[in-house]
Design a protein around this ligand. Structure first.
Ligand SMILES: Cc1cc2nc3c(=O)[nH]c(=O)nc-3n(C[C@H](O)[C@H](O)[C@H](O)COP(=O)(O)OP(=O)(O)OC[C@H]3O[C@@H](n4cnc5c(N)ncnc54)[C@H](O)[C@@H]3O)c2cc1C
Length: 369
């Protein structure tokens, strides 16, 4: 495994649950821009913007993967940081409210086709119902409620996956990895002066994927997109539903009163992950418009990470035809906490030479030539 974010550790755990006798080494160099550490935590299979059939099928399937994974982690005494809170798409005026029935229709159609796990039965609710669910919101006309959407703390979940994989025998290597390829044959991985020979390498290096592939004349179509997000705290023991508006702003409130709001989507950031004053200002302004009730919250921090974006908007999952044994599992963009464990399951099957139902459009082969 190269990469110790949500995809890397999900894959490592799946590999070991399939066969605890094998040797799994996770190499990670703990970069400050790791996306998993910055992710907000919305785990919804439905998005207001239609992302196409392949994404929808993957996100709904990912909900079933979560439903199977969470009890396994909890039974092992690990806390995955996952809580079902529901999600509100808030319409602030008549114009936005007029769009809700169409969004509801699409959500209901997807639930009918792909299942209700992780989303529940979508419904439209009025202003009074929204206010009774969420005391921090400002102007509200109506909202779409997805009652069983969950939020997940990416750091807590990845720590639980890592702990479980370590118990099952995974080893960790801190350092920066390079791929070892001779001709059309994958040999393994080099970390500093050491060579780790391997039958299979899963590349889950997130936004940095191209840096590992380009020395070998390969591409996975990945670029970094900086995402910044703000954290503050209110006095509140229980979580609140996730609230999002018609602009890209959202607000989460985890149990214990940790508020998370933003984010930015900065396609021109390159590999610069440091937070910026301009982003902080814009996020505060947008979030206060959605939820004026956050004004009294105590400031905590800003987090910043590099989302692994793919140039054509769909993930890159699979192997190159001419280089069997190298499995790419990345390009999850803004959906990585939602689909990461599911994609990790696929990556483990691919590393075992199996053919999981990954959409053809996700194949890295599209970046060859
Ligand atoms: C602000 C923000 C908000 C987000 N909100 C959500 C959300 O609400 N819902 C959702 O589903 N998703 C969300 N995401 C997206 C999600 O966080 C990412 O898609 C996901 O975490 C990507 O995981 P990953 O394992 O592919 O990559 P990463 O978590 O970035 O992990 C890659 C790892 O590879 C390591 N690495 C790279 N190169 C090397 C090398 N050469 N050698 C060794 N190690 C290497 C890095 O150090 C890093 O640890 C958000 C992201 C951001 C930034």
């Amino acid at each position: 495994m190269i990469g110790g974010g949500i995809v890397g550790w999900s894959t490592a755990l799946e590999l070991l649950e399939r066969d605890p006798r094998r040797r799994v080494v996770v190499v990670d160099d703990a970069r400050t821009g790791r996306a998993t550490d910055a992710g907000a935590g919305i785990a919804t299979p439905f998005t207001r913007r239609d992302m196409g059939e392949d994404w929808a099928a993957t996100m709904f399937a990912a909900m079933r993967t979560y439903a199977a994974l969470l009890p396994r982690l909890r039974d092992a005494g690990l806390e995955p940081g996952h809580e079902v809170v529901g999600k509100l798409l808030v319409a602030a005026d008549d114009v936005e409210a007029a769009q809700l029935p169409e969004v509801l229709r699409r959500a209901q159609a997807q639930v009918a086709e792909l299942g209700a796990v992780g989303i529940g039965a979508p419904e439209l609710i009025d202003e009074a119902a929204v206010r009774s669910l969420h005391p921090l919101l400002g102007t509200v006309e109506a909202a779409l409620l997805l009652p069983e959407v969950a939020q997940v703390d990416g750091r807590a979940l990845t720590a639980a996956l890592r702990r479980r994989a370590r118990i099952l025998g995974a080893t960790e290597r801190v350092g920066s990895a390079e791929l070892l390829v001779s001709g059309d044959q994958l040999r393994g991985v080099r970390v500093d002066a050491d060579v780790i020979a391997s039958d299979a390498v899963v590349l889950a290096a997130g936004a940095w994927t191209e840096r590992l592939l380009s020395p070998h004349g390969l591409s996975g179509g990945i670029y970094p997109q900086r995402g910044q997000i703000a954290h503050a705290r209110i006095d509140r023991a229980t979580p609140l539903p996730i609230a999002g508006g018609f602009d890209p702003t959202y607000l989460l409130c985890f149990g214990g009163g940790r508020l998370v709001f933003g984010p930015t989507r900065e396609d021109d950031s390159g590999f610069e992950e440091a937070p910026t004053v301009g982003a902080l200002h814009a996020m505060l302004e947008r979030a206060r418009r959605l939820a004026p009730g956050i004004a009294a919250a105590r400031w905590l921090e800003i987090r910043s990470g590099l989302r692994p974006m793919s140039r054509d908007g769909v993930p890159t999952i699979g192997a190159f035809e001419h280089l069997p044994g190298l499995v790419l599992a990345t390009g999850l963009g803004a959906q990585g906490l939602t689909v990461g464990p599911h994609v990790g399951g696929w990556a483990a099957q691919l590393a075992d030479g199996e053919a999981p139902p990954v959409p053809v459009a996700f194949s890295p082969q599209r970046w060859v030539g």
